[in-house]
Design a protein. Sequence first.
Length: 398
Amino acid sequence: MQELQAGHNRPIDGHQITVGVTGEPHDDFTARTQIGALLLDSNGQARDLADLISAEQPRSSDGSVLFATPPGEFRINLHTVPADIARIALLLAVRPGSAPGTTFGVFSSIRAWLGDAAGTPRLLFPLPPSTRGETAMILAELYRRQGHWKFRAVGQGFAAGLPALAAHFGLRLPVTEAPAAPGTRERPTDSSFSGTGFCVHADGYVLTNHHVIDGAREIMARSPRQRCRLEPVFSDPTNDLALLRAEAPLGGVATFRDGPQARLGETVLVVGYPLGGLLGSGPQVTTGNISSLIGPGDDTRSLQFTAPTQSGNSGGPLLDGDGTVVGVVTAKLNAARIHEITGDMPQNVNFALKAALARAFLDAAGVDCQGRPSRSTRTAADIAAEARDFVLKIECRS
């Protein structure tokens, strides 16, 4: 059995499969949670509540998805899933009527899995403890890609519970929407914020961080050569990734690195739009090295690098010495906070999501990205000149 992390996807062998959810302590988990399988169209939306398969509605109208015994499992015949269904989301929620404040954190473990027709698990996704402060969750999904089905570990939570989860899929539930979680920070009305993104497909698809566009009602892309509106296409808050699409094709397309991924100590470049334009209207370039192949808290999805970054670099590409993408810039260490704790002022400690996870995200979204092996090292000036055509400033208004 293969274990996956959030964002990983794998092809599915066979068309008769089983998917399910388990948790510990088992009896408590069964009593306090409910699971569902939701049929979704190519836009990631449910047609109506008839597409939600659960203990209350144990069979899809076409018979392709069945709520099985024991509880917590679904039998799925992928050959009979209707052609207009592009995804099947595996959902988990705290059962209505549970004690106030009940979240997934009360359980010692939660696991989503995919098995064969006999129910023997083949793929396993243990939900990370850091995501258990929620009350509703997209645990995993099955999706079609070029005529074949794949399984993707998701782990996207909703603190506001079932109403927020339903709204995400275009459904309305007959319940009152819960208030925002205590301590949730909201951007002021009509505020502006910005970050960086980069074009990953000739049809105008742009990759950035989810937190760059979170809460935006209007998104624009700008570079020295163009300005256009962007529309959200697909988002993964768990891995902090978002896919946008421009109104028209953009000037250039980034290339991801094939073969061996980023190596400890190798030279990297960051191209982006830091500090909202205070440093000028054009892209800024910094250089450094890969300083660690794991992120904070031993997060193997991320790597650490030394090229200086500022607020606004988030969502931009981390490029190797040949100009191919090896990561997506996500965060920098809070040096002031670390100084308060340790008395030391760390410098140039920055983090990027590894390119492999970004490519898996694009695959799940149905976007083919360009890739090639890294070749001989080029000058930073040559790489920056090329990147000017595919790196964009993302300007948002809430």
